[in-house]
Design a protein around this ligand. Sequence first.
Ligand SMILES: C=C1C[C@]23C[C@H]1CC[C@H]2[C@]1(C)CCC[C@@](C)(C(=O)O)[C@H]1[C@@H]3C(=O)O
Ligand SMILES: O=C(O)CCC(=O)C(=O)O
Ligand SMILES: [Fe+2]
Length: 292
Amino acid sequence: MVSFKLPTMESTRISFVKLMMKLTPFSTSPWTRSSVLGGNPVTWSGTQGAHADRYSSKLPWKETFSFRYDANHSNPLSFVDYFKSVVGQEFEHTGRVYQRYCEAMKELSLVIMELLAISLGVDRMHYREFFNDQRSIMRCNLYPPCISSGLTLGTGPHCDPTSLTILHQDQVGGLEVFADNKWQAVRPRHDAFVINLGDTFMALSNGKYKSCLHRALVNEDKERRSLVFFVSPKEDKIVRPPQDMFARKEPRKYPDFTWSDLLEFTQNHYRADVATLENFTPWLLSSKPSNF
Ligand SMILES: C=C1C[C@]23C[C@H]1CC[C@H]2[C@]1(C)CCC[C@@](C)(C(=O)O)[C@H]1[C@@H]3C(=O)O
Ligand SMILES: O=C(O)CCC(=O)C(=O)O
Ligand SMILES: [Fe+2]
């Protein structure tokens, strides 16, 4: 994980706090996740209470509010309309803040994609172009305090199945990364983002970059919040390393797949953890033989 020093985003933080105050932990949230089952793209809109509808054990101690950011459909009104219609009329300003926030996250992600291409010795524009029409996911995490915080986790150990994660955390602390064979705290910085790569970029770099194992702890006293922008490619784009990586005759580590395939796997068949991609490959081969 790498921290970038950036100006604070007070207006985003205020809107975020207002929005998350609307979501009381473990409430019978008025919104349920509208996920279209059966292999169709998950529509990321609404709140989740610890994914209790999806898992029967090791439920994360958190409440999330997620929505899609479609770089092609950058009509600011769509966000504003969504917030006004789903969250409430009084959240029009919040919708505008999130529209601007997601646009800024997209721009930051494209700069990072150029840097990654340069570091891999491939065409500098390759990943920037691949993600220019990104279909990313904006998620607000709220971690309530827990009197038995040692017995639970805000989010269990996992690698993000997405491509790139741009995370803004509050000052409470709790994010940990597994590095040098131990869990290490990622110290909050109010003026920085935490950036980590996910499984899809690991495949796009043919394993040169590794997906980052991380988790989120909770505590007894304070709520903790984080804003997470999960960069993902347009669902039907073929995820494969750039051709010029194979000038060096390296074997492919992963088969071609689409983000839609991997998202379906994590939403309907497998709880993302540290070995998602390893388990995804046999599933893909067995369930989508036409790909091969
Ligand atoms: C594509 C996604 C699935 C999850 C949200 C985004 C990227 C991270 C994934 C997740 C956070 C990994 C840990 C398990 C998970 C179920 C969670 O705790 O929220 C995952 C998300 C999800 O499936 O909703
Ligand atoms: O809230 C955090 O610090 C981590 C959240 C996270 O890893 C996720 O939502 O994928
Ligand atoms: Fe994560």
